[in-house]
Design a protein around this ligand. Structure first.
Ligand code: PMV
Length: 333
């Protein structure tokens, strides 16, 4: 068994996943659609272990328990499922803040699932690989397929129809950009895993949000197919706000925002209305804001965003590929 390195990119949901219909199998309550961030990269290397134990190294050091424990659970799940016994060392590193609401678990589990697939010659198809990554983190499903992807919620109890599909490749919309406004780099206050379950169980707004799902998925697919930024942006912004509303009304309330998050949202709405620049925000389980816009407006937006109190820095990204091995040019495993 040779050393293998895989590369994956986090994805940002335009129509969000927040909540499971099956906790064990990580089956979502709704389908979701995402785009992949080319600028953020996770690299994961698997080598045979030098002793009889598995080792997990995240960003060049022993991972804290909160980060290592879901990885251990995932490795044990895979070892069990495929009857694997060889002890391994996993080294994974991100070029962006880990566990800070920037989807490091999406790229992390996509890269890990792909690395296990190659290291142990499991020969999984992209569809099967996306279902395996799902067991690590729901959103990882979509980082397996990259570009613009849809995670089908599926209806079968065994989860065999809950996988990701690439709707459009990374080259589909060359002018589209995502600016990530970093307002905090710390490990987030609460894991999404627990926060989403609490939301399902206690928010009175959850059912109404789920009821919008089918229409929003259909409209988002249309916005992507026709490259309609205002349609895409309005939908993504509304879906993100609605998701956060379900958290704000859960008991006890969950709020991932910091003051700078509100300032960025306000500024983006102002730029859109006063300067007629098409720009829209979306926010995940953290305080950082992702802004959807076109290439030509990036310099103007960056100038304003960097001046907002509490914005630490901004990163601009194009659309990224599916998970792939490091030595392969083609984007497949
Ligand atoms: O994959 P998880 O368990 O980290 O959940 C991700 C949830 C959101 O990022 C908030 C939304 C999404 O669809 O990615």
């Amino acid at each position: 068994m040779n050393t293998i390195t895989t590369v994956a990119h986090p994805n940002i949901a335009l129509i969000k996943y927040w909540g499971k219909r099956d906790e064990q199998l990580h089956l979502p309550t709704r389908s979701s659609i995402s785009l992949t961030l080319e600028a953020f990269v996770t690299e994961t290397t698997i080598t045979p272990s030098s002793d009889e134990y598995d080792h997990i190294i995240v960003n060049n050091s022993q991972a804290p328990d909160r980060i290592a424990s879901p990885i251990t659970t995932f490795i044990n799940y895979c070892k069990n499922k495929y009857a694997l016994s060889t002890p391994i060392t996993i080294q994974t590193s991100n070029n962006f803040p880990t566990a800070a609401g920037l989807a490091s678990s999406a790229s992390g589990f996509a890269a890990l699932a792909a690395a296990l697939n190659v290291f142990f010659s499991l020969r999984l198809s992209p569809q099967e690989l996306s279902m395996l990554a799902r067991q690590g983190s729901g959103s990882a499903t979509r980082s397996v397929t990259g570009g613009f992807s849809m995670w089908h919620k599926g209806v079968l109890p065994d989860g065999s129809d809950s996988y990701a599909e690439q709707l459009f490749p990374q080259t589909h919309w060359p002018e589209l950009r995502v600016i990530i406004a970093i307002t905090q780099q710390d490990i987030k206050i609460q894991s999404s895993r627990h926060a989403m379950q609490q939301t399902i169980e206690t928010s009175p707004d959850y059912g109404a949000w789920i009821a919008t799902s089918e229409d929003r998925i259909a409209s988002m697919r249309n916005a992507l197919a026709t490259k309609d930024l205002p349609l895409l942006g309005e939908l993504a912004e509304q879906d993100s706000l609605d998701m956060h509303q379900t958290m704000h009304t859960s008991k006890p309330p969950i709020n991932f925002f910091v003051p700078a998050t509100y300032r960025v949202m306000r500024t983006i709405k102002e730029i859109r209305t006063k300067q007629a620049i098409p720009c829209y925000f979306t926010i995940d389980a953290g305080p950082n804001v992702k802004i959807l816009c076109l290439d030509e407006h990036v310099p103007t937006l960056l100038k304003t965003l960097n001046d907002i109190e509490g914005v630490l820095y901004c990163i601009t990204s194009t659309i990224g590929p599916a998970v792939h091995t490091k030595d392969k040019e083609i984007h497949s495993v």
